[in-house]
Design a protein around this ligand. Structure first.
Ligand SMILES: [Zn+2]
Length: 176
């Protein structure tokens, strides 16, 4: 299930926004080990500098996604950090974010569906039915007859996008 979350596009996008383009890979390596992992171990699997890996882990830590344990090493007496990824936290943050996004998209889709827009064939203007009617459907810029815009394609595309997010959200819900 943990790996499944990571395969979702919304998860990859989300981790990239937080920790940069290599963040999903770092999280993947951590989850594959499935227990505490040191940044040295991570750096053996990903061609990144250890400082870059630490930066990513710190950014993930800031959002509560990665947490660390500090232990003194017997040999050097230095501190050794081991990291764990909180998959549940990723799911929680994402669900919160996606709920807002779906809400926003559905509202916009309602508007796209309900409001007829008129546009000038010369592309000078685009306006709602009520305003276009005031101009007798003639472009106020150039005087050409304005045409109704077919919103069905746009509405269909938004609907598909919303549905695909909802599908991924349902996968996430099983983790929380
Ligand atoms: Zn025009």
């Amino acid at each position: 299930m943990k790996e499944k979350i990571l395969n979702l596009n919304i998860t990859k996008d989300f981790l990239t926004t937080i920790g940069g383009q290599n963040a999903p890979e770092v999280v993947k390596v951590c989850l594959e080990k499935n227990k505490d992992i040191t940044d040295e171990e991570i750096s053996k699997k990903i061609p990144l500098k250890i400082t870059e890996i630490r930066t990513i882990l710190n950014q993930l830590h800031y959002r509560g996604i990665a947490c660390y344990n500090k232990a003194k090493t017997k040999r050097s007496g230095w501190y050794n950090y081991t990291w764990t990824i909180k998959t549940k936290r990723i799911a929680e943050l994402l669900l919160e974010q996606k709920a807002e996004e779906i809400n926003r998209m559905e509202k916009r889709q309602e508007l796209e569906k309900n409001y007829e827009q008129f546009a000038c064939p010369g592309k000078c203007t685009q306006m709602a039915f009520e305003i276009a009617a005031e101009y007798q459907f003639k472009c106020p810029e150039c005087g050409k007859q304005m045409n109704i815009i077919d919103n069905r394609k746009i509405a269909r595309e938004s609907k598909q996008k919303i549905e695909s997010i909802k599908r991924e959200v349902n996968v996430l819900k099983k983790v929380v």
